[in-house]
Ligand binder design. Structure first.
Ligand SMILES: NC(=O)c1ccc[n+]([C@@H]2O[C@H](COP(=O)([O-])OP(=O)(O)OC[C@H]3O[C@@H](n4cnc5c(N)ncnc54)[C@H](OP(=O)(O)O)[C@@H]3O)[C@@H](O)[C@H]2O)c1
Length: 327
């Protein structure tokens, strides 16, 4: 039975992938009571009919009503839907809002609210005092975590990035490229140099390194797995490998989820966790920075809860000490 002094959280778009992951994490968060989880398509159904793994963990039913008492709302909606929702229902200004979509990442002053971009490794102090947070994209998170220390040191030049993502990155709606027959034993590129996360990536990098005007040339790939992102960014750098590693260790020293490691990384190390692992190589003049994260946890729902913890004055890691899949 939930205690009354817990923070009341509501999820809007609770039947989707990030909605489900947010619910899984919130049900295990010691300071949270899940007040409701909303879905248009699943209204009235027990949550466990959709998120079947949650059997025994919750008796909630999906509701169509999102105007119920809550201290914090997680918006887990498709592109454009969060803006529409807040235009129709402004909500009490005391209710904190964390949007997992991309509606407010660039348009921070919208819907009568001011949103703070929620990448704690970039601006944790700003998030602590934020009322509304625009949670970063999954590729945007993994790419930025690989580049933030270089940008802070003013060392970024033109960057060439490739990144591969699992099928959950595309949401639960069936598409040709997410069905098994297409995805299994297959890889392809998409949105070459035009991915929608480039805007937020460039905005952060320009804030950390004023005057940065080079391109981040990003080619995303679709991978033959369900979750996780592996990114490699390559650029020229005059520092030695040891100097770069020191820069990264110093930058991430006080950030509990981002780790610079000494061996090549892989997706299984981070899937189901809120961690990002970073591995640095220097070959000749070229620096290669590899970074991995779970698109649904550090790239979405885990980071949203990390942001909520910061906004609510809770310990940053609360409810996020998760067990990885490993094998
Ligand atoms: N998947 C990822 O790895 C990931 C990572 C970071 C950020 N994000 C972002 O998080 C948001 C949610 O992503 P997701 O992967 O959870 O998507 P999803 O699985 O497709 O779920 C989105 C939910 O939004 C609801 N919805 C409400 N209005 C809608 C509309 N007009 N059209 C379509 N759906 C509508 C749908 O539920 P009902 O119809 O039942 O209401 C749907 O279940 C997106 O903006 C996405 O870009 C996703």
């Amino acid at each position: 039975m939930a205690s009354t002094n817990k923070i009341k959280a509501g999820i809007i778009g609770g039947a989707g992938y990030t909605g489900g992951e947010t619910l899984r994490l919130l049900l295990n968060h010691p300071q949270i009571e899940v007040a409701f989880t909303q879905s248009r398509s699943q209204e009235g159904k027990p949550v466990i009919e959709i998120h079947t793994d949650l059997i025994g963990d919750t008796e909630l039913r999906f509701t169509s009503d999102y105007l119920q008492p809550a201290d914090v709302l997680f918006l887990c909606l498709s592109h454009g839907e969060s803006k529409k929702l807040l235009a129709e229902h402004p909500f009490d200004s005391k209710i904190r809002i964390i949007d997992l979509g991309n509606d407010f990442r660039l348009d921070e002053k919208a819907a009568h609210r001011e949103f703070v971009y929620g990448l704690p490794e970039f601006q944790r102090d700003k998030i602590k005092s934020a009322k509304n947070v625009a949670n970063p994209g999954c590729f945007a998170t993994t790419i930025q975590l690989g580049l933030l220390p270089l940008a802070k040191a003013g060392l970024l030049g033109e960057v060439h990035t490739t990144g591969i993502t699992g099928s959950t990155g595309a949401g639960q709606k069936l598409q040709e490229t997410t069905q098994f027959t297409w995805r299994a034993n297959n890889i392809s590129a998409y949105k070459t140099l035009t991915h929608q996360h480039l805007g937020e990536i460039n905005k952060t990098l320009k804030t950390l390194q004023p005057g940065f005007s080079e391109a981040v040339n990003f080619i995303p790939w679709r991978g033959d797995f369900t979750r996780g992102i592996f990114v490699t960014s390559v650029l020229n750098c005059s520092l030695s490998a040891e100097e770069v590693k020191k820069l990264y260790h110093d930058y991430y020293n006080l950030h509990p989820f981002s780790h610079v490691v000494d061996e090549m990384i892989d997706i299984k190390q981070v899937v189901n966790t809120n961690k990002c692992l970073i591995y640095i190589e220097k070959i000749g003049k070229k620096l290669a920075i590899h970074s991995v994260a779970d698109n649904l946890i550090k790239g979405a729902s885990g980071q949203a809860i990390q942001n909520m913890n910061l906004m609510m004055g809770l310990e940053e890691t609360l409810g996020l000490k998760l067990k990885g899949s490993v094998f």
